[in-house]
Design a protein around this ligand. Structure first.
Ligand code: ZN
Ligand code: FE
Length: 255
């Protein structure tokens, strides 16, 4: 039986996610931006929280952990990097560790760059990846703690996942990401198609997530930094992909 996944807004532009195993009744929250919307989503479904899977130490991803843990006595998994202080953690996880949510399996993929402790959770059997602030739809996270080569390497790890996997990211930034991407690749047909789709979804007040990874690979300019067209647009023909990526990220920072 496949995982049941629920998507709902938290804080200003964060996503809340519940992953439910109907066989065992286990339910995980991916990150915990704030407790209220997560409790509401659980009550709407009649589910009990058993696990919280944290991706990185930023406040907008851990703000609800203490309250949820107190209320449900759930298990809290977090990145192994202890230099970043995340409170209320039961288990630290590192690359290739497999976390069980009932009978569901989540594989840990270290994806540093946005922060040094950032990890993503890959539910291989369910074809779902929770990439938080590493990979957004048509964008990527800001590189706060790592380097551009480190972040580029993390994006490559996510890009290596199969096309039929669904991407669940940390923020609803898709529309603004598209605005920027069009300044670089206004002639990318996959990007133009995504722009139309996103305009429609936002007009209906619907989330733009999840999205198929195969479509992101075609439309997301940050995942295309090693292709000839993007380098040419930036007048960086022959440059290292990590440098092209860095230039893109800096332009986005200024946009
Ligand atoms: Zn963050
Ligand atoms: Fe965030």
């Amino acid at each position: 039986m496949a995982a049941e996944i629920r998507v709902f807004p938290c804080l200003t532009d964060n996503f809340g996610y519940l992953v439910h195993d109907s066989e065992s009744g286990a339910t995980a929250s991916i990150d915990a931006p704030e407790a209220g919307p997560i409790i509401n989503a659980l009550e709407r479904e009649g589910w009990t929280l058993t696990d919280i899977l944290i991706t990185h130490h930023h406040g907008d991803h851990v703000g609800g952990v203490a309250e949820l843990k107190q209320r449900y006595g759930c298990r809290v998994m977090a990145p192994h990097d202890k230099t970043t202080r995340i409170a209320n953690v039961d288990q630290r996880v590192a690359n290739a560790d497999v976390v069980k949510v009932g009978n569901l399996l989540a594989r840990v993929l270290e994806t540093p760059g946005h922060t040094l402790d950032h990890i993503s959770y890959v539910f291989d059997n369910d074809k779902a990846v929770f990439a938080a602030d590493t990979l957004f739809s048509i964008g990527c996270g800001r590189v706060f703690e790592g380097t551009y080569p480190m972040m580029w390497d993390s994006l490559l790890k996510l890009r290596a996942l199969p096309d039929d996997f669904r991407l669940y990211c940390g923020h609803e930034y898709t529309a603004s990401n598209i605005k920027f991407a069009l300044t670089v690749e206004s002639d990318n047909p996959a990007l133009k198609a995504r722009a139309e789709e996103v305009a429609q979804l936002r007009a209906e007040n619907k989330p733009t997530i999840p999205v198929l990874l195969g479509e992101e690979k075609k439309a997301n300019v940050f995942l295309r930094a090693d292709g000839p067209t993007v380098a040419a647009k930036l007048h960086m023909k022959g440059a290292k992909p990590a440098d092209v990526f860095g230039e893109l990220r800096e332009r986005k920072n200024k946009s």
